[in-house]
Design a protein around this ligand. Structure first.
Ligand code: FAD
Length: 319
């Protein structure tokens, strides 16, 4: 098993093919997911990211009129899925690890589990806002920002646990990734402020960054150039999504706070149906990938939603 940064370094200037998958909904079958992603193994991704889905809250009104808050998790199983990927495909899993929903002690326990499983990579994130709330609330004694979480993982990498720091304690050896936003994180006042916080993530120990999806390569090129100007020199892996339905034209900008290029918008809006929209999405992504490869990106990272078809349709043309 190896670290993401080692995979990038050993790819000899050629971009690496990598994917992100999501665990099945609770009660789903892991075999169905593994079968769904198996076709992508022909492209030999050296690592696979597995998202983490934090708890959600539902409110139930009781007979006496009081309201009970119930904590539920729709997509558990990130750690088990990572283990299954290692055993079935012999590929490095990259579990996502969140601030949201975790105390620092729980984070430490999770990292110990990952370490025992032989997992050497983690993507450290603040995490989405817990539904149905509209703002991010850290746990009491949890982390508020990804940079703090990265700091805790870096400490463990040096054998410093939360409440124990003896020389006999073994250190973990995680390669830590962080998230980056070519079109600015939606909560940041402006892009310069966002860059200052991104710099903190790297200073805390993030060894590489993966971007939010984007459909306009210029946003990525400008972003990488500004990273370098701000003294951020770690690899910046572009995150890509193949537009697969007409509806995604409206949904993706709303969920991920991104701009859809006008040419893509017009072409997809004029498409007769989803099949035609998907063909346009594939072709658009192929062109994006070719331009990104010419630019010299370290990897092309696909947000697959645990489906193979569109990612394969693109990747077979560009790798
Ligand atoms: C590659 C990738 C993978 C993802 N995977 C998941 C996943 O598996 N599960 C999930 O729930 N979500 C996931 N997300 C979504 C992510 O959790 C959200 O975008 C979240 O809102 C921000 O996470 P972050 O790690 O970038 O946060 P942070 O880096 O903590 O930044 C969050 C906001 O706080 C600001 N900020 C940072 N530090 C400070 C500071 N010290 N003081 C004040 N402001 C600060 C930043 O500018 C930004 O606006 C992913 C996103 C990406 C790009």
């Amino acid at each position: 098993m190896a670290k993401v940064t080692e995979h990038l370094a050993s790819s000899k200037g050629k971009p690496v093919f990598s994917i992100e998958i999501i665990p099945p909904s609770k009660g789903g079958k892991i075999d169905e997911l593994l079968n769904a992603i198996e076709p992508m193994m022909e492209l030999k991704p050296p690592f696979i990211d597995v998202t983490y889905h934090r708890e959600e809250y539902i409110h139930e009104t009781l007979e006496d009129g009081s309201v009970r808050e119930i904590k539920t998790r729709k997509r558990p199983g990130t750690v088990g899925l990572c283990s299954a990927i290692m055993h079935k495909f012999h590929i490095d899993p990259v579990p996502h690890v969140l601030c949201g929903g975790f105390t620092k002690n729980e984070t430490e326990d999770l990292l110990i589990d990952l370490n025992y499983l032989g997992i050497e990579n983690v993507m450290a994130l603040r995490g989405d806002i817990a539904k149905p709330y509209t703002y991010f609330k850290p746990m009491k004694d949890g982390h508020r920002y990804a940079s703090e979480l990265i700091g805790q993982i870096s400490e463990m990498n040096q054998g410093r646990y939360l409440h124990e720091t003896s020389s006999y304690l073994s250190s973990s050896n995680f390669c830590i990734g962080g998230a980056a936003y070519p079109e600015k994180h939606y909560e940041a006042d402006d892009q310069d402020t966002d860059f200052e916080f991104l710099k903190q993530k790297v200073a805390a120990g993030a060894e590489y960054l993966v971007t939010q999806m984007f459909f306009d390569n210029k946003k990525y090129f400008d972003f990488v150039s500004k990273c370098r100007q701000h003294g951020i020199h770690v690899p910046v892996i572009p995150g890509l999504k193949v537009l697969a339905t007409k509806k995604q034209l409206d949904i993706l900008p709303k969920i991920f706070f991104l701009d859809m290029p006008e040419d893509l918008q017009k072409a997809v809006a004029a498409a007769a149906d989803d099949k035609a929209a998907r063909e346009i999405g594939v072709e658009w992504c192929v062109q994006q990938c070719r331009e990104l490869i010419s630019f010299g990106v370290p990897a092309l990272h696909f947000y697959t939603m645990s489906k193979s078809t569109t990612t394969l349709a693109v990747a077979r043309q560009v790798f």
